[in-house]
Design a binder for this molecule. Sequence first.
Ligand code: OXD
Ligand code: MN
Length: 593
Amino acid sequence: MAKMTEHRKLKKWVADMARMCRPDRIVWIDGSEAEKRCLEKEACATGEVIRLNKKKLPGCLYHRTAVNDVARTEGLTFICTKRKHNAGPTNNWMSPAKGYAKARKIFRNAMKGRTMYVIPFSMGPIGSPFSKIGIELTDSIYVVLNMRIMTRIGKDVLKSLGRDGEFTKCLHSKADLDIKRRLILHFPEDNTIWSVGSGYGGNVLLGKKCLSLRIASYLGKCEKWMAEHMLILGIEKPNGQIEYIAGAFPSACGKTNLAMLIPPKGLKKKGYKIWTVGDDIAWMRIDSDGRLWAVNPEAGFFGVAPGTNSKTNPNAVITSRKNTIFTNVLLKPDKTVWWEGGDGKTPSKGIDWMGRPWKPGMLDDNGNVIKGAHPNSRFTAPIGQCPTHTFRLDHHHGVPISAIILGGRRARLAPLVYESFDWEHGVYVGSTMASERTAAQVGKLGEVRRDPMAMLPFCGYNMADYFRHWLKMGKRMQKAPKIFHVNWFKTDKNGKILWPGFGDNLRVLEWVLGRCDKTAGAKKTPIGYMPGARDLDLTGLKLSPDTLKELLSIDKKEWGRELKEQEIFFKRFGSDLPPEILREHKALKKRLG
Ligand code: OXD
Ligand code: MN
């Protein structure tokens, strides 16, 4: 394959990296089926993966990561820019010189006795002017097999790169998986990513968070487009027209479920249908019609397994029945898999995500129930297997976005849904997003943290400039999408979640679309436009009037506290914070009285 590229810079870079990592062999990935079979065979032979039940889960593989390597390690993730200021107050920063030097020590000889795989991959349809090409070097077959699903890889990508095309240089080695020698480094100014010491997807599938969000957000700022942590979903209305919505939610807040939801009975009768474009990342540009158009740069799902079942997400269950890689779930004796909140009865035994014999109800030393699957266990599955996937996935220009929804996991405060007054107000709403921590990142579960646009861990530059970029993008559009805030997770005083969620979320999206085409009613409140009880179609849903009232209520005391917390957060940006954000904050304070 190396012979098949005449890209001198690429060949030199691969040789330089190999000189540092010292692999025994270098293999260029061509993306063929024969190559896939070979890699799977080798990984099965070494135990890196286990082949699952060929009848029940054809083409599926199983993998476990190291026990201390099960989620993104944000504390070890750095933005390496020449000036610290360019990384901003919300990112870990290291100078490029220090980053390269520190990582070089770990990469040196790290691939001895191993093969270095060279994976040419495209984020977005190959050949689209909006797509970006990366080359990932890795010593993990698991990474190659995942990248095969998550991105477009192989020969065609190299062809599209030509002799001198631009690409993101992505280097990964598991090294010795020692957490003390783990670093996820981004060098936006060099279009380079170095990740070492981890085998967890979010840290090592470098096309995903590292390229498509951290590096791409920086490129987007420079090139006047947006890289966002958003799902993209098409809603076919009863009249046959399809409207597209992009939605930003922090990790493990149900983006995958929302992206492939099934309309609830009441609404299905009307004729709604959902088309899945993407569940995690949106790249958005202004097209010649003055609207915002989005592509999903990925080709697969890296979804959270626990809680996924035929009721919560039937489409995900169907999608992951074949050609899927399961990571850190429970392995059953018949070589099928299970997870907490999955389909079927709890198995009477199995091997847990740590590789130990497991039975339901087993307790650890602290008396806590031992889970069979890790809470952040995952399935990697091709998007083309999703029953609701759209053929527009391969459209080079993407789909036009009518509305952007922003959401967090907030037990209190945020009502079910509200509409911002305009783009600028919407950017302010996005900049104040907050959510309770989930299992997708290392840290204390449940803690509320600010997570603007769900990009806190993924913005590759100073977040104050990121807000400014959003404000500027709004000005450049002739018809900007409307911006909404949703919260599926509001609870009552006893901690019970009030809204049924899942398919019923379409009732909220119906109102959102109704606001876009001016057919839905709303009342003006201090925080934005909100539906009245009669503006939501709740046909077939049992929801008491009191519950609905609670879902749509605004507690001024809670909002008072919220405003103070926002002020503390904004202070971190000092004078860099765009004045528009402060203006919106003051205006809200005034409206709340
Ligand atoms: C993900 C995440 O894996 O956000 O998508 O952590
Ligand atoms: Mn995500």
